[in-house]
Write a protein that binds this ligand. Structure first.
Ligand code: DGL
Length: 261
């Protein structure tokens, strides 16, 4: 039994949407989460910078003795994962491959992808979808305002509604929409309203769970009860706790630790 934690990181609160799904699937598994809030947003940064800060995030988590790292960030997955994943002694996974596998096994073939500028510029989703699935159509749309709005807690107000309408109005004739940035599941109710129920909204955090199961292959049922996850932020002047409370529906205060990365 390997009782070490799973490590996860993102630029901020977005990766907590992945945390939520992984926690649901492995309630007794300890998670160490790093939100690199001091460097937020990742979406507007160059590929070189994303690779450098992804390495820093990974090395921080390795120091915390984790057994697996989930890059709970679309921007870092799309631009840095391939470059860095083989340089470390533990498995490192991102959000793209497990989601593409899910789509391959589904009936969905007209896919919209919404994500940060960096992710859309990398074309990583479209390349992976077309490499793995025949006859798939892909429409991409960068939505750079959504991650900062999520950090601010603007996830269910009029501004969020209008912004989502503006970004999604050009996506025509799709049957599935990938939320290619991990901040976007925070807007899922508004996105669903905008698109209508005939379009499947794909939350990458849900799709990564199967991959995590296949890597851990172990029964975590005897891992000790009441595991205390550790949540680190590189800058604590932010609305992280308020947004996480909305996401997890918890009233108790999560303890945040300051990380030097
Ligand atoms: N949550 C991130 C992503 O999945 C990053 C958003 C940002 O920092 O711009 O892309």
């Amino acid at each position: 039994m390997d009782t070490r934690a799973i490590g996860m990181f993102d630029s901020g609160v977005g990766g907590m949407t992945v945390y939520k799904e992984v926690k649901k699937a492995f309630p007794k598994q300890k998670i160490v989460y790093l939100g690199d809030t001091a460097r937020f947003p990742y979406g507007s940064k160059s590929k070189e910078t994303i690779i450098e800060i992804t390495r820093k995030g990974i090395e921080f988590l390795i120091q915390k003795n984790v057994k697996l790292i989930i890059i709970a960030c679309g921007t870092a997955t799309s631009q840095a994962l391939e470059k860095v994943k083989n340089s470390y002694p533990i498995p490192i996974i991102g959000i793209i491959e497990p989601t593409v596998q899910y789509i391959k096994e589904s009936h969905l073939r007209k896919i919209g992808v919404i994500a940060t500028h960096g992710t859309i510029r990398s074309n990583a989703w479209e390349q992976e979808l077309k490499k793995k699935i025949e006859n798939i159509e892909v429409q991409n749309k960068a939505c750079p305002l959504l991650a900062p709005m999520a950090e601010e807690g603007f996830i269910d107000n009029e501004i969020a509604k209008l912004t989502i309408h503006e970004y999604l109005k050009d996506l025509k004739n799709i049957d599935g929409l990938i939320l290619g940035c991990t901040h976007y599941p925070l807007f899922k109710p508004l996105i669903a309203k905008e698109l209508g129920s005939h379009i499947e909204i794909i939350n990458t955090g849900e799709k990564i769970v199967r991959k995590v199961k296949s890597i851990l292959k172990e029964d975590t049922s005897s891992v000790k009860e009441n595991v205390e996850d550790e949540i680190y932020l590189t800058d604590t002047e932010c609305n992280f706790i308020e947004v996480v409370k909305k996401l997890l529906g918890k009233s108790e205060i999560i303890e945040i630790k300051k990380a030097i990365v």
